[in-house]
Design a protein around this ligand. Sequence first.
Ligand code: PEP
Ligand code: MG
Length: 580
Amino acid sequence: MGPALVAVQRTQVIRCPIAPDRVARELSALERARLRSREQLQQIRGRVAGLTGPDLAAIFDAQLLMLDDPLLVRRAATIVMEERVNAEWAVQRALDELAEVFNDVADPYLRERKGDLLDVAGRLRMNMRGEQGGPRDLLQDLDAPCVLVADELTPSAVVQLDWSRIRGFATEAGSRTYHTAILARSLGVPAVVGLRDLTQRIPPGASVIIDGDTGEVTIDPPPAERQEAEARARLAHRHLPPPRAAEGPAITRDGIRIRLEANIERVDEVAAALESGAEGIGLYRSEFLLAGGPPDMAGEDEQYDVYRQVVERMAPRPVTIRTFDVDERQLVRPLVDAALDARWFPEPERAGRGGLRGIRFGLAHPAIFKTQLRALLRAAVHGRLRVLFPFVSSVQEVRAARAFLAEARGQLEARGAAAGQAAAGIMIEVPSAAFTASLLAREAGFFTIGTNDLIQYTLAVDRADERVSDRYEPLHPAVLRMIRHIRRGAVRQGIPVSVCGEMASDPMLLPLLIGCGLTEFSMTHGALPMARRLVAETSAGEMARVAARVLTLGTVDEIERFLRDALGPADVPTTEVNTR
Ligand code: PEP
Ligand code: MG
């Protein structure tokens, strides 16, 4: 619970309450932006005058005057000091006040000068953003604890935030498998995602309660409700189950051994994974170590140190490290940002999800890819490491990736560095890979089924898009058939197959997956104790019969009803882990 900090990326203006010692920094950023804007406008004016003569150049005379108008920059400075907010927001506020004045002007010529005003304010804001310390920096420097309310919140922003100052968050984008939601679960941060129009409904500074258990966000709650929520929050903290030590292997009621591993995004989760009894790391999303920066910034030694730490701390348990599942945009964005004018345009609404990402990115950027592979092979000397290639969609890609792995090994040998043994496996998360599982099984050392992407691509439902998140159906017959098909492909070839998508940590779906013959799962460590209990209560034989019947049913509703009846109410815990 806390005052709402509303961050709207699409319009790029964030109102941020700032600490007293930040006021001076914001004021000088504002002044520098004014001076830079002045220089730019003078240059533009000179260029236009040379090209078209003095008439058009006068537009920029007017803009220069606006820049010096006390009602704009000086007013913004006053807002920064009085309200202790960031300068960018203050400029926006001053602009809104001035725009009101223009709206009331009767003379249409003068009224239209509002366009120039917007232009000047836009330039000021752009120049402030060129400064070190954009919104992300502001979010780390908050005045008081608050609740973050955003249209979108990228995982890279989440990992950099100071969570001692942010009590929870709610976003417009997203669903259960939104990466940011996955991260919230691993951080234990209350979060509600996928709420349309949220940033328009919550005024900045409004008091907000985030209830991650029920998926509810309450705006301006009456005092009684606040007190009740406070009491519940305290209770939830006090009653957090103590981390369970490993309690021996997970075995079903009828004696089938189930392997339970942890998904991690950050190295410091290893301790929690071990405490929850993880038998290994089934998925380390290595791209999170880039924290949103371009992949070519992570050097071989730096990566090696991180991978080695994970492998050593987990030893003798195996660790599966996925090569960067990044989008090419992450590489080119800093270049785009560097081009001044690019900042005038809003960010693309959402990163393309079927673009040059995952293994495609690695193959297209051999230097970055081989750097990572060398770091992985070096780390493999210190324990059991498996290399995992994401977003594979064809046999050629696996062959090409393995050739790079061999080349990376050759490079290490040539310089006399030690390279360990590492199985090379692939994520099955794209329908083309699922359909060709039996062919891919000949090329890969192991499979891990990424149900998050597999569902989104099979059903053509963007998992981050709240408008279609109700169509994101793990129990869709197409999804279940695909999983069965993938498992068969692996089993016939005799390679291991696990499930590492969020399906594995869903209390209703885990028994069904066991019934489909799957015996290895990787999930957020917070869900491992639940999974262990559930496995002990499940009969794999009974679930195999349930799965056989489920696979004959035609609709999600029929499947869900049948499954609920089969599992019985007691077997289906109703709460999910931390977030919805
Ligand atoms: C998946 O797609 O299921 C998966 C585990 O990978 P990610 O969620 O990182 O895309
Ligand atoms: Mg995936």
